[in-house]
Design a binder for this molecule. Sequence first.
Ligand SMILES: [Zn+2]
Length: 243
Amino acid sequence: MIYRLTLLDMFRALLDLILPRVCVVCGKRLPLKREHICEACLDDLPRTYYSKMPRNPMSARLNSHILGPVAYSQATALFFYRASTGYREITKSLKYRGAHATGRFFAGMLAAELAASPLYSDVDAVVPVPLHWSRKWSRGYNQAEVIGKEIADALGATLSPDALRRRRRTRTQTRLSIEGKAANVSGAFTPGDVSGLSGKTHVLLVDDVFTTGATAGACVKTLRESLPPVTRISVATLSCVEG
Ligand SMILES: [Zn+2]
């Protein structure tokens, strides 16, 4: 066994020479035993710790989109999305460069935080924010589903990737105002196959990045239509834009 591990280490070292593994944040080469992120960047990860706060700036933004007499939705993210830093590469590499292993690594960190929080440890169903089928087809995967699967596995919850459907392909949100984003996603989602949510008490909506909360808000509102009022709906994302 020891011999095999050593051989694997040697193979990996050789592979590192040909194709160096680098830190997703700073781009520096990683030592043999590290993966995805270097020690310094991990130490400096701008974590939100919102999983410990029932109300926080992210949940305030989310609930501003969910009007009506419904229960307050909790929200948390692993770290702050800052466009000026390398940390944005964590979600970008998953979304645009197919870095599934990196995505799963950080989703695992988020999952561990959720499992340790009394506010989220009772989550029994996970719903990823869907992509429009044509976008999923061209990209080959839904990044929110990659994150959602990791969280569902860690919490022992059901993954319901088809509970929501994206009715139309929304425009890229990047250049839209807050009002523009809300209008862009309003009516974009419709209930899908919600059979996996029957009898569930705490549903977690999962996405990669949380910006204005318009997308998550539209999803929570749509999920609410097919769930009894006692079912709680919360939101968790890898990163959250500050503000
Ligand atoms: Zn680094």
